[in-house]
Design a protein. Structure first.
Lengths: 317, 332, 296
């Protein structure tokens, strides 16, 4: 078991290396001078050179890459050009915010997805099944940024029940799990939960239908296994895959939160990414993408490992 | 004696096993471990043995669909795959019919296209290739006007196997390897296809290597028979003689497991005992000794000599001076 | 001997009644599915709009009017309202179909061609070549698609060409993976082995035997990606990274109308509704296609 864990983690290293390389390359294929955003147009050559050296843009690309990686391993992701604060700090604060949101969204999506999926799979072929399937197709098809807008229209603009933007009164500095803050989270979390809900519902429905159709379940029922017993059996067999899907969805939300955070002005990594792109803040862009991608990779590994622990049959070589 | 058409020398094929996630497993499957035999022009060599003895691997090695770990196949005096005999040329002369008639045919191609593919690969023009295919389909009993443009799923198992035979003949080979070619067919259909094979052999002057686990069929069709055990040759020789008077104890046991309809030939010989063979960890000495009713202490220590390619038996009982009680004395 | 009795002359085989080919069967099942027909109808309408939008639209989608800004749905001269620059929404939505559909479908088509080629090569070659190719693909696959699309677009800059490029790059890895997986399965089939035994070279085998059997599943998978591509492409325009104003494109329209949600909320929501409907239609179509192809 330990050998498997180590091998799995070892296998991730080249992937993470590749990811770092792609991150770096992404940012540096951008046309134009990286310093153009902060330099006043009449800046002297001397000033330009000093800034260039300060940010390391005067060295060769491979040099820049390796020094960036080396410092990143020590926790230093450089300094943001726009805000002059350490990138690592900015990113970490933002990550925490996004994680809060993504986590709640995943829980909601998972809970309702399982509910719909289970009901659909259990009563397969019935009206309930068709309805639940329809809902899950809708969930998967909806452009979530548009849904966010619609929810803002309905709940904020028209009904004025919930705030439209932001992460809490007085900015995002403090977070507490009280109503003053949570009400800001509701709309974005619900919006974010829709796509995972659709995917989880689909997966669970297929799983449940397949498990119930297995011959030995029919046999168990013939022997008098109660509804509760069947339910437990289904849950036990569906759990590993369902959890894996949930884990993966969490990863996608982390990476894909930018659109919703833009709509709701939620101060998470997506929002940060947005401003980094438009301010052409290369160190911040690099750092944010790197952290998000690595999170995703690690999350996949964790999901793999948990899935294997729960169901040794699917252990892969 | 004529020189053999096809010779297998010291053929070895080992498959490494992957370790599973927990680090278990590993090791190698010694599917074929030092095979040596001849095939003579114009004969049918039957190959028999239990599952796992390496028959199918041997077929694939003969066709060079997989590369041997060691050893070589020699055709007409030339080593297969060498500059003397490049693979493409070899495949024009040696062809194969597979067991699964459905999986052997591309579901998206009409059967005439499937049969015509081989000739097309070797430069025959499209129209001529299709004509040749149709001619062959007629030869195997499938009327071209009604069958040529059908798809595999529209045919029965026996009909598909006829298509496979036509395909094998499309390149006008000299040798055809039949890997359990009739095993999946119903008995009546099997008889028809076997007779077709015999007719074709006469008409085209073919040589067959007929692999099967069905001893009755092998006896019906073969001139010589080779018995395999755990990747090695146990016994090889004339078919009738082998079936009437088997030398190797394994052959004897195999034959005694054949149900017989003849009341004069009731089963008297002992059937096989002991654990089924494990190609990953074969026994030391003679591989058959744990299950052999005639085994003695020397059998666990000494590996029997390999039989000659034409006729022989790998058993210490027949080796002069081997130390086995039944062995003849060494010539002075 | 038991064989002699059965060794009669071979009976003349009787061919079974003619059956349809595989694709004809798929087509028939597809046509019988009401959901598939409905989705196809919707997409047909959109296709017509995409092709003939500029001629069918009642007004000029670029003509702005300072007085007629943000008119509600059902106003005089603006059947679906007007946007923040006074342009007719109905016309802009109709003409916008062209760009939105184009941005959604083109990357998938390109990725289909590129990804299938990569997957075929990797799947058929096997061994080290396969590992090298697929590990590289895995590195890109390690990024969540939205993140990769935005990062690429952000790096390359706004514009249709760049957006198409970044979306194509995003979709190549998943298609390549599916292609490799299917090709590996087909490669081990007996008929491919038989083809090798005929002495055929790799190219001939792939062209005749592998391609026909592999394209189906990859195609179905790719159609499932179109809806995602549409949403992503519009999302890029929504962020200001894709189509540039004043071109009508649904995602861009959502962006510029965002501030209008307090003034004319339902007009502002219209472009997104179009994306939603299109996305549903593509997803349903893809599902129906998969169902139709699933029967052996």
């Amino acid at each position: 078991m330990l050998a498997y864990l180590l091998r799995r983690l070892l296998y991730t290293l080249p992937i993470m290396g590749g990811v770092a390389l792609v991150c770096f390359a992404l940012v540096h294929i951008a046309p134009g001078d990286p310093l153009v955003s902060i330099l006043p147009p009449d800046a002297s050559q001397e000033l330009q050179d000093r800034l260039r050296t300060l940010y390391g843009f005067d060295r060769s690309l491979p040099e820049q890459f390796f020094s960036w990686v080396w410092r990143a391993l020590q926790g230093d992701l450089g300094t943001s050009i726009a805000s002059s604060r350490p990138v690592a700090t900015e990113v970490m604060t933002a990550v925490v915010n996004t994680l809060r949101l993504a986590f709640v969204a995943t829980l909601i999506g998972f809970a309702f997805g399982c509910l719909f999926g289970f009901v659909a799979g259990y009563f397969r072929g019935s009206v309930v099944d068709r309805l639940a399937s329809l809902l899950s197709v809708l969930g998967v098809s909806v452009p979530h940024y548009w849904l966010g807008m619609v929810l803002v229209i309905v709940f904020a603009a028209q009904l004025n029940w919930l705030p439209a933007t932001g992460a809490g009164p007085g900015g995002s500095g403090e977070w507490a799990w009280d109503w003053a803050h949570v009400q800001h989270m509701l709309l974005p979390a619900i919006t974010m939960s829709v796509i995972p809900m659709g995917i989880v519902a689909r997966t669970v429905r297929a799983l449940v239908a397949e498990i119930l159709a297995q011959e030995f379940v029919v046999g168990l029922r013939a022997k008098g296994l109660t509804q509760w017993g069947v339910f437990r059996h289904v849950v036990k067999n569906a759990a590993p895959t369902a959890l894996a899907v949930m884990g993966l969805q969490l990863g996608y939300l982390l990476g894909g939160s930018i659109l919703i955070e833009t709509v709701f002005a939620w101060p998470g990594t997506g929002f940060l990414l947005n401003s980094a792109i438009f301010q052409r803040d290369l160190p911040l862009l690099q750092g944010t993408i790197l952290v998000l991608a690595l999170f995703f990779v690690l999350l996949n590994v964790v999901v793999d490992i948990v899935q294997t622990m729960l169901d040794p049959r699917i252990a892969r070589g | 004696m004529k020189p053999p058409l096809l010779t297998v020398q010291g053929l070895v094929k080992h498959f490494p096993l992957k370790k599973d996630v927990f680090g278990r497993g590993g090791g190698t499957v010694r599917a074929v471990d030092g095979l040596h035999f001849h095939v003579f022009a114009g004969e049918t060599l039957g190959v028999v043995g239990e599952s796992g003895c390496g028959k199918s691997t041997t077929a694939r090695l003969l066709m060079h669909l997989i590369a041997p770990t060691a050893g070589e196949v020699v055709f007409d005096g030339r080593a297969v795959g060498s500059r003397d005999l490049p693979l493409k040329d070899y495949h024009r002369q040696v062809q194969m019919v597979f067991q699964d008639s459905y999986a052997s045919l591309n579901p998206r191609l009409t059967i005439e296209d499937s049969v015509a593919f081989g000739p097309r690969v070797h430069g025959v023009g499209a129209r001529e290739a299709v004509e040749r295919a149709r001619g062959l389909l007629a030869k195997v009993g499938l009327e071209p006007a009604r069958f040529a443009e059908r798809y595999p799923h529209e045919l029965s198992g026996g009909q598909r196997q006829r298509v496979n035979i036509a395909r094998a003949l499309a390149l006008a080979p000299r040798v055809v390897i039949l890997d359990e070619a009739v095993s999946a067919l119903d008995k009546s259909v099997e008889a028809q296809v076997l007779n077709l094979l015999l007719d074709l052999k006469d008409e085209f002057g073919l040589t067959y290597v007929f692999i099967s686990h069905d001893l009755n069929v092998v006896r019906y069709i073969s001139d010589r028979v080779m018995v395999m055990y755990l990747g090695e040759v146990a016994e090889i020789g004339d078919a009738e003689r082998l079936f009437e008077a088997p030398r190797h104890p394994y052959t004897a046991a195999l034959l005694s497991s054949m149900p017989s309809m003849d009341p004069d030939r009731r089963t008297e010989r002992a059937p096989l005992a002991g654990d089924p063979p494990n190609p990953i960890d074969p026994p030391a000495g003679c591989r058959f000794h744990p299950r052999c009713p005639r085994a003695e202490a020397v059998c666990a220590q000494r590996v029997p000599a390999r039989p000659a390619g034409g006729d022989g038996v790998a058993c210490l009982m027949f080796e002069a001076g081997s130390g086995h009680a039944a062995a003849p004395a060494r010539a002075a | 001997m038991p064989m002699s009795a059965a060794a009669a002359a071979p009976a003349v085989p009787v061919p079974p009644p003619r059956s349809r080919g595989y694709w004809a069967g798929v087509g028939l099942r597809f046509v019988k599915d009401p959901v598939a027909l409905g989705a196809s109808a919707v997409l047909l309408v959109l296709l017509v709009l995409a092709l003939f939008g500029p001629w069918l639209a009642p007004a000029d989608p670029f003509k702005s009017s300072m007085l007629g800004r943000l008119q509600p749905i059902g106003s005089e001269g603006f059947p679906l309202g007007s946007d923040e620059l006074g342009r007719d929404m109905l016309s802009r939505l109709m003409v916008g179909a062209r760009l939105s559909l184009f941005m959604g479908i083109t990357p998938v088509v390109l990725a289909f061609v590129i990804g299938t080629t990569i997957g075929l090569v990797a799947g058929y070659a096997g061994g080290l070549v396969n590992s090298a190719i697929m590990r590289t693909v895995d590195v890109f696959y390690a990024f969540p698609s939205v993140l990769l699309a935005i990062a690429l677009s952000g790096a390359l800059g706004a514009g249709i060409g760049n957006a198409l490029l970044s979306l194509t790059i995003v979709f190549v890895p998943p298609i390549a993976r599916v292609a490799e997986s299917v090709t590996t399965q087909v490669r081990t089939r007996d008929y491919v082995e038989a083809a090798r035994a005929s002495g055929a070279g790799a190219f001939a085998i792939v062209r005749v035997h592998v391609l026909g059997n592999v394209l189906g599943p990859i195609f179905v998978y790719a159609t499932g990606l179109i809806a995602v591509s549409m949403i992503l492409a519009s999302g890029l325009s929504f962020l200001g990274l894709g189509v540039k104003p004043p071109e009508p494109e649904w995602g861009l329209m959502l962006n510029t109308l965002r501030t209008a949600i307090y003034v004319q909320p339902w007009v502002a929501a219209l472009p997104g509704a179009m994306i939603f409907v299109t996305s549903i239609a593509f997803n349903l179509l893809s599902d129906s296609l998969r169902n139709a192809m699933d029967v052996k």
